[in-house]
Design a protein around this ligand. Structure first.
Ligand code: ARG
Length: 289
């Protein structure tokens, strides 16, 4: 490499260099309103069926998120909720969509099993032609995250390790398997968020030592979340390459995001947190070819 050029690149400030990486692009999302949201069973440590849910508030918070996406220039498609499926509001779990190809979900818990077919049906009736029924358990974007180079894939609580080679084969993208070890962070999207390109933020303690070492190697400049912000679901965020929508309680993440050239936007999804989800769980990204 030319020496002068190397020097020039190194001399650029961190802020300049990283803001080059974060570029806004309009996205297409699939969301499902919490019309029938309730907490009647407990399949993650956040769900306490004895705690009441304020349904009108849950709906208002969800509408806020939907409207915010639209105001930012994104398209939001809406999936019709089903009365017998109270967790359907967590639309991110219903499939994984990359390059216009849809890998359906297969849920770990019987309470959510029927959601997978509702999602696949939506895709098939909306013109998506490459829709695959999975063989192995995978909870969609709950456990799969897409960077420019990799498909990051969580395992340990929900998605089967066998779903990783299945996704690699289907999408033709290299999968990096990551072991989740803390039941509070049972899906990858509760512990890690892709901000854009190869830029991520994550909470190291949610991962096994080996997976932590993999993350450090792949993403040496990552934003590292502290426990308080991770426990506020701060990593359950959605980035369009510039705006990062995240729970407003995750205050410690705002400044590091700004320093890297992102614009954090705090959202209040307190009612949905009672189901163990927040911004990202409510949002599936429809990535076209
Ligand atoms: N109650 C749901 C479950 O335990 C919450 C899912 C949250 N979704 C997510 N993408 N992390 O399955």
């Amino acid at each position: 490499m030319d020496r002068a050029w190397t020097y020039h690149v190194r001399a650029r400030s961190h802020r300049e260099e990283t803001s080059l990486r974060s570029a806004f692009s309009p996205r297409r999302y699939l969301m499902c309103p919490p019309t029938y949201f309730k907490v009647t069973y407990s399949i993650n440590p956040w769900m306490d069926p004895s705690k009441p849910v304020d349904l009108p508030l849950a709906l208002a918070q969800w509408e806020d998120l939907r409207d915010r996406y639209r105001a930012l220039g994104h398209t939001v498609e809406v999936l019709a909720p089903r009365p017998d499926l109270p967790d359907m509001v967590f639309a991110a779990n219903g499939a994984t969509v990359v390059d216009g190809r849809v890998l359906g979900a297969r849920f770990a818990h019987p309470e959510r099993t029927a959601e997978a077919a509702v999602h696949r049906e939506w895709f098939r009736s909306h013109g998506w032609t490459e829709v695959q029924d999975p063989v192995h358990i995978n909870e969609g974007e709950g456990d799969f995250a897409v960077t420019d180079s990799w498909l990051l894939a969580g395992r340990g609580f929900r998605s089967s390790p066998l779903s990783h080679p299945e996704a690699q084969e289907f999408f033709g993208r290299p999968v990096i398997g990551l072991d989740l070890v803390d039941p509070r962070y049972y899906h990858l999207d509760t512990a890690l968020c892709v901000l854009g390109g190869e830029d991520v933020m994550y909470y190291p303690a949610a991962f096994s030592p080996g997976s932590r070492a993999v993350l450090e190697r792949l993403f040496p400049d990552a934003v590292i979340a502290r426990e308080r912000d991770a426990a506020s679901f701060g990593l359950n965020a959605v980035s369009d390459g510039h705006h990062v929508l995240l729970p407003q309680a995750a205050l410690g993440l705002f400044e590091p995001l700004r320093e890297r050239g992102y614009e954090p936007i705090g959202m209040d999804l307190s009612e949905l947190l009672k189901g163990g989800g927040s911004v990202k769980c409510c949002t599936m990204e429809l990535r076209s070819a």
